[in-house]
Design a protein around this ligand. Sequence first.
Ligand SMILES: Cc1cc2nc3c(=O)[nH]c(=O)nc-3n(C[C@H](O)[C@H](O)[C@H](O)COP(=O)(O)OP(=O)(O)OC[C@H]3O[C@@H](n4cnc5c(N)ncnc54)[C@H](O)[C@@H]3O)c2cc1C
Length: 412
Amino acid sequence: MDADVVVVGAGALGLSTALQCALAGRSVVVVERETAGSQASGRAAGLFKSVQADELRTRLARRSIGKAVSFAEWAGVPLAVARSGSFLIARTSQHRDYLRRELAQSRGWGADVQEASPAQVAGQVSYYRAAGPEFALWCPEDVYIEEPGSLIRAYLAACRLRDVVVLEHEQVTGISVTGSSVAGVETTGRSIAAAAVVDAAGGWARQVAELAGAQVPVAPVRHQLLITEPDPEVNPADPITRVVDAAVYLRPARGGLMLGGFEPEPLPLDPRAQPASFTTDDVPLDAGVLRQLAAQVEAEAPGAAGSPVAEYRGGLFTMSPDGRFVAGPVPGVAGLWVASGCNGSGFSSSPALGEALALWITTGDAPPGLEELAPRRYESMTDEVLVERGLWQYSHYYDPVGGSEMADSGRE
Ligand SMILES: Cc1cc2nc3c(=O)[nH]c(=O)nc-3n(C[C@H](O)[C@H](O)[C@H](O)COP(=O)(O)OP(=O)(O)OC[C@H]3O[C@@H](n4cnc5c(N)ncnc54)[C@H](O)[C@@H]3O)c2cc1C
């Protein structure tokens, strides 16, 4: 078998890159060890967020939202997207200042973000009762996808329309390198010759790069969420709410509420130190973490803290030391590319990130700004520093700029 491009991993990032390479006229094979979307991508909360910490991520996030809501137009396959908008809420003076800075920055980068009054929050969100001096931003562009599997199914259907071959239950076990260039992959079922191989293996991205003798340093970290049983008090049309000082997000889900968040002491989990059979199903869930996060918004969102839980789920983020994606050519092996370093936004940024990476792969020229995401930027970092910084990025997901000084600040 041969292909112009082989993509390793059928998560959101791999499938989006595969689809975009096919749209550019390339023959593409995707090889997936388990089933498409069965790992991190199938566990995602499905949230898209237009407010980001820098201009490049803002551009990618907003373009992704645009591509998600217009999926049928450019991909030829329907995709249901909840155009709910979102509130960003701060309850401490430090976080209010932080959101004011985000408001100014994000507007400067083109995002539609507005200051919202407590009355607006109260009027628009059935499940959140402002309990104090909230400061809120309204982000009308933000959307979510109710079930993450629907984006995966849409990518798969769009890939099949363009003759992309998706091989499931087949593991990439080797990457052949001739001289210092990629020549193809070995799988549990066959050899595939290809001049371009994309490592989109999520939490396993490091192992896959190592098959070519290359390094893709990312730090896998656990992330979890819960969905409550249906609750008649939750209006399913309500917006997303992100309470930045509590590092908690909420949205309507399956007639109840979804709650997820970022604990201050996250769990790093490197699959390289696990048995070869390790999958997302083996990531240990800790309901206590979610209970603690829910308790932080108990007064405002009692439904999230008090209702019976219908589902806990979790998986791995791939964190980078600067919180930015890791996408581009892998140093040392020509033709080896990576789409990783999701930092918790790989699901929602996959439409635009896959598009940009595919453009780079198929033309040889990096689209504007993409060079900044290439893995060479922290090539010489030790694992210890990588994991330490990745954990910091995780625990400061909503306040990465001023997070260190905020860590000690109590709630007002
Ligand atoms: C609970 C939770 C909630 C989240 N919520 C959001 C959210 O609201 N918004 C957002 O944007 N992001 C969210 N994320 C993050 C998001 O899920 C990830 O950023 C995204 O799914 C990463 O996609 P991926 O394609 O890199 O990884 P994955 O979906 O993990 O895909 C990688 C694939 O590679 C395969 N693979 C690995 N090794 C091999 C091999 N040797 N051969 C073949 N295949 C291989 C794996 O089986 C896997 O299917 C959430 C994550 C979790 C866990």
